[in-house]
Design a protein around this ligand. Structure first.
Ligand code: ZN
Length: 663
């Protein structure tokens, strides 16, 4: 007996040799490599991401060298990160802490694609059923789950039959991530009617206290008014028109009417009510559900206000205008719907935290946002205090957070160090609640920055950063021999593992020889004057700083200590601050430019000479520290386990190497 039902008549399916069999309608359903094909068109292929033959070769490689390596090879071969970026990272499931039924619940991931959400959900729920109409994608999801040792994942193909092949009241949560709008494309009938029937069917497999989580565009998203193309039709303004007029327009442009219906908030509410799941909560997912950065409860004015706090008057004015209309004009929704109200995991977690650390005070969630390292940050307040919770979305992010906790402990243990003076928020707890790790700390003071800080603001910030790094250096420095010895040693410490990474990835070029040559010439060039080691943050960039005031007049907190090193070299953090953040040119190009600027002692490198003076290092040594910075960064990049595109290697490693050999 199988857990699956017949997708045509819902009768029990039975094991029959190589496949499954319905005794009612005598249909045999094949099982291909462990994936039951419970669809009519078993040859369907969703070709919007990669062509079928490419997907098949990725599948073949996935079984040989692992799913991640297969995706990496694909990206490296075609020089395009698109498919890798969309499908590899579990960080796509940044919405998952908005779900109920954590740990015990059974999930259906309907339209699982390449399995990024499936894997992430499998880490938090007791079982995940993942399904896609494309057999190759279902197969890829299955391979991924096996290779990640997630035995609580079952994958099957379905999507073009009347029924979902699962029993009534079977799952606690259904994820419909970017799927609902596509459903009428493959089924006949009036599009809204098709969508209602589809939602009814989801309602059938849902337990009475279960929930749907639907991510989808807002028909009246602000972007569409500004002329952004509608994602499904690739036409401008089409979703803003009345349906009839939109059809005429689409008929004229594309030769067919619009079937990929999206709706307004009230439209989705009516649709869900018609399908019998009438308790509906709306989240706004910004900038889009495809790669969410912020989630806002759209009925929660305080949460909207918190998300729109800005310091510049221009942005304040914009917010004043946006605030009242945002709940209706946000680009994407995350819709939580059921027959009864749900309790998102973060609400439950916030209550747990308030009970444990704040004497059971009333607690309120104020912000929910996701950073680029795969960590969701939740800000919560009680009448006494404001907290920040950090929740890793995948094992890699969890390791990084654990490292940061340990690093802060080590930093604090250094004699004479005060975390307060170094503006490091001290963690309150690093724990697990209902199977999910979280880091609890006080909410750090100040305003966050992204890495794209412009012009004058960057200048101001740079000089604050220089002062901060002098303090970090002074409070952690230890004498350790001559600069000649120290620099030569550090080049080997970072450079030899770099050469090892090179070999392991099958990259050409005798990098080890070059590293040893550079180490030799640096050893000769560096004076015998006394040197020292000091602690470095390791990823010191604007995105990891909080500041006060409009013009970043003070650094109020330094975050994300996951790359900290207790005994490294001065200058490295400062160089990273100057060369790290985005901008037009590539990172390697910026390193080379920085080298030239340092050697010509141009005005914009004054902060480096000031720093050198204050930590008492002769300025002639400065370019040598830049070489060490470059080698360390190359090592971190290659260790980061993402595809290395040829042009990135060329720009980041080969070009700077040539410049440094000339030094
Ligand atoms: Zn049947």
């Amino acid at each position: 007996m199988s857990v699956y039902r017949c997708p045509e008549c819902l009768a029990q399916l039975w094991d029959a040799g190589e496949g499954l069999r319905c005794t009612e309608c005598s249909i045999e359903y094949p099982v291909a490599d462990g994936v039951p094909l419970l669809s009519r068109n078993r040859d369907y292929y969703y070709g919007h991401e990669v062509p079928r033959d490419v997907m098949r070769s990725i599948l073949a490689r996935a079984t040989e060298v692992g799913w991640k390596r297969a995706l990496t090879e694909h990206a490296e071969e075609c020089g395009d990160m698109g498919f890798y970026g969309y499908s590899a990272s579990e960080a796509r499931a940044g919405f998952k802490f908005l779900l109920d039924h954590f740990q015990q619940g059974v999930v259906l991931d309907y339209g699982c694609g390449s399995g990024a959400n499936t894997l992430s959900l499998a880490r938090n729920f007791s079982h995940v059923f993942a399904t896609d109409l494309t057999p190759e994608r279902a197969q890829f999801t299955r391979i991924r789950a096996c290779q990640e040792n997630l035995s609580n994942v079952s994958v099957f193909c379905c999507g073009d039959t009347k029924h979902i092949p699962l029993p009534d009241h079977f799952v606690d949560v259904v994820i419909v991530d970017g799927v609902l709008e596509w459903v009428p494309e493959s089924r006949p009938g009036e599009p809204s009617r098709v969508q209602i029937d589809f939602l009814k069917e989801l309602g059938r497999v849902l337990k009475p206290n279960g929930h749907l989580f639907i991510t989808i565009e807002n028909r009246f998203g602000a972007g569409y008014f500004a002329g952004v193309r509608e994602e499904h039709t690739r036409m401008r303004f089409v979703s803003l028109l009345p349906r009839g007029l939109g059809d005429l327009y689409s008929q004229w442009v594309r030769g067919k009417p619009v079937r990929t219906y999206t709706y307004s908030r009230s439209g989705y509410r009516s649709l869900l009510q018609a399908a019998g799941v009438g308790v509906v909560d709306f989240w706004g997912l910004l900038p889009s559900y495809r790669l969410m950065e912020k989630a806002l409860a759209l009925d929660d004015q305080q949460m909207i206000d918190e998300a729109l706090t800005e310091v510049t008057w221009r942005k304040r004015l914009r917010n004043l205008l946006v605030r009242p209309i945002l709940p209706w004009m946000v680009g994407s929704f995350g819709i939580l719907a059921g027959r009864v109200r749900s309790t998102p995991y973060i609400e439950d977690l916030a209550r747990h935290v308030a009970k444990t650390y704040s004497a059971g005070d009333e607690v309120k969630i104020l912000r929910y946002w996701q950073n680029s390292a795969g960590v969701v940050h939740v800000h919560a307040s009680t009448p006494r205090k404001r907290y920040m919770l950090e929740l890793p979305l995948h094992p890699g992010a969890q390791r990084r957070l654990a490292a940061a906790v340990e690093n802060i402990r080590q930093l604090e243990a250094i004699e004479g160090v005060s975390l307060k003076k170094l503006r490091v928020p001290r963690p309150i707890a690093w724990e697990c609640y209902r199977g999910q790790a979280f880091l609890l700390g006080p909410e750090p003071q100040g305003r966050g920055l992204n890495d794209q800080v412009s012009g004058a603001a960057f200048e101001e910030l740079l000089s604050r950063a220089g002062e901060y790094l002098v303090t970090l250096c002074y409070t952690t420095l230890r004498r350790a021999g001559s600069w000649s010895e120290i620099l030569g040693q550090k080049i080997r410490d970072y450079g030899l593992p770099l050469a090892e990474q090179y070999r392991r990835r099958g990259l050409s070029g005798d990098i080890e020889k070059h590293i040893l040559q550079i180490a030799d010439s640096v050893t000769k060039a560096a004076s015998l004057s006394e040197g020292f080691l000091c602690s470095i943050h390791g990823d010191f960039r604007p995105g990891n700083l909080l500041v006060s005031g409009d013009r970043a007049s003070e650094i109020t907190a330094v975050l994300n200590w996951g790359f900290f090193e207790m005994q490294s070299l001065p200058f490295l953090d400062l160089f990273h601050f100057m060369a790290g953040p985005g901008g037009q040119s590539s990172w390697g190009g910026r390193v080379v430019k920085l080298l030239q600027a340092l050697r010509s002692e141009s005005a914009d490198t004054g902060v480096v000479r000031d720093y050198a003076k204050q930590v008492n290092v002769d300025k002639s040594l400065i370019p040598l520290f830049l070489i060490v910075y470059w080698i360390r960064q190359c090592l971190l990049r290659l260790q980061a386990d993402v595809p290395q595109l040829a042009e990135v290697l060329e720009e980041g490693i080969s070009k700077p190497l040539d410049s440094f050999r000339a030094v």
